[in-house]
Design a protein around this ligand. Structure first.
Ligand code: ATP
Ligand code: MG
Length: 391
């Protein structure tokens, strides 16, 4: 017997009682987007879970790979939806063990339809006996190597065995939108991924200093957005020229304070992008004390004038943890490609590590950045990305 469906269980979605239909609809929509290109599938909400029906022409491996990228899924399993006949249920259960070897097993039946002529214990025993005849494995109800799940609803039964872990989290889009300040480095893509996992859709902003630097950082940022788009299906990247702003800052600000003033300018522009793209927050890859610009006094000085909330999901991570996550997400290789970081332009070896607010205020008053911001926004590029499932 071939699989004819995937049974998909939500993660936290079930907890949000009032919003549940909204969450479920978003999840269904995201699953459809993720599995586009996998051949025919039908996705529906049924019995408090999601059913994805496939046909013999569906690319099953493609569906599995796609479902692994969808936030909001606790786990999923390929399975069979069969008529409510014990022989059909048993045949599907036996098919589900094919290709698996185990020493102990268990059959777990849930009977939502109390009219079915056998109760769940009777179904468990009947199917477990058949599995024993085939495998001679032992039943272990507490800690089995393998579990066959049978769920009896309305007039059908679902049979599945092989659960695959999903991403967890919440469906992208249920938690509004935020602007991610995306460098070409390792941290910010991971920060974006973390927020997407909480259901927040990312709008990407990248600052570059071309033509003073090469366009490598811009290209890397595009590649990173392409990778992250796998998790939110469509994205917009705003690429903002930053060189003239840096030159203006350099002409007024002494070396040790330049990075701080660059960062303030980045946040000011990111906030403007947030306004025009209807975002409620900013996200950065900042990490406490990782580099000189990220001491607490500096983070404070950098963020002082920003009125939107700033999320820094990696603030407490070790670099090792961030790198491990970047590898899993698939951004690491792109992040370590060489590029010239605009923030290292025109700055000395010894940047200020304890920004003094009165100094920052004095410097900010001397700068006249608004015209430069307007110019930068006029010259920014906007690029759209769409996820293509090419598996
Ligand atoms: P990353 O690995 O993300 O570059 P980092 O540890 O190198 O982070 P910084 O270079 O100090 O740290 O940057 C801190 C944060 O500022 C970045 O995570 C990112 O959110 C933002 N940022 C830095 N440079 C840029 C840029 N060129 N464009 C957009 N955002 C940037
Ligand atoms: Mg960086």
């Amino acid at each position: 017997m071939q699989y004819n469906c995937f049974i998909i269980h939500y993660a936290e979605v079930a907890l949000k009682r009032g919003n549940r239909p909204y969450f479920e609809k978003k999840l269904v929509k995201n699953i459809k987007s993720a599995t586009k290109g996998c051949g025919p599938v039908e996705v529906d909400r049924r019995w408090g879970r999601i059913l994805l029906m496939i046909t013999s022409r569906t690319d099953v491996d493609g569906v599995i790979a796609a479902l692994k990228t969808v936030f909001g899924i606790a786990y999923f399993a390929p399975g069979c939806i069969v008529d409510q006949e014990i022989d059909d249920i048993a045949a599907a259960a036996l098919a589900s063990i094919e290709g698996h070897s185990f020493e102990t097993y268990k059959v777990a039946t849930r009977r939502a339809n109390k009219h079915f002529h056998m109760n769940s214990v009777e179904v468990n025993i009947h199917v477990a006996d058949l599995i024993w005849e085939k495998t001679k494995a032992g039943v272990d109800l507490k800690n089995p190597d393998f579990t066959v799940f049978i769920e009896i609803f309305d007039d059908v039964a679902l049979v599945f065995a092989h659960r695959v872990e999903g991403q967890g989290g919440l469906p992208v889009g249920v938690s509004s939108r935020a602007v991610l300040l995306l460098s070409s480095g390792i941290d910010s893509p991971v920060a974006g991924f973390r927020m997407m996992k909480r259901g927040v859709r990312m709008v990407f902003v990248h600052f570059h200093s071309a033509p003073y630097t090469s366009t490598a950082s811009k290209k890397n940022a595009e590649k990173l957005v392409e990778i992250l788009t796998k998790y939110q299906f469509n994205s917009t990247l705003y690429t903002i020229p930053f060189l003239e702003i840096q030159q203006h800052i350099t002409s007024i600000v002494p070396g040790p304070y330049r990075v701080i003033m660059y960062r303030r300018a980045m946040y000011a522009l990111a906030e403007k992008i947030a306004d025009l793209s209807h975002c409620n927050a900013l996200v950065s890859g900042e990490n406490v004390a990782q580099v000189a610009s990220q001491t607490l006094p500096n983070i404070r000085a950098i963020a002082e004038d920003v009125s939107l909330p700033i999320f820094r999901p990696l603030s407490s991570f070790d670099k090792k943890e961030i790198i491990a996550e970047a590898r899993i997400i698939g951004t690491y290789e792109t992040s370590i490609e060489p590029y010239e970081d605009c923030c290292t332009l025109f700055v000395p070896e010894n940047p200020e590590t304890r920004a003094k607010l009165p100094v920052v205020h004095e410097l900010a008053a001397k700068l006249d950045l608004e015209p430069f911001y307007a110019q930068a926004l006029e010259n920014m590029e906007e690029k759209s990305f769409k996820f293509e499932n090419t598996k």
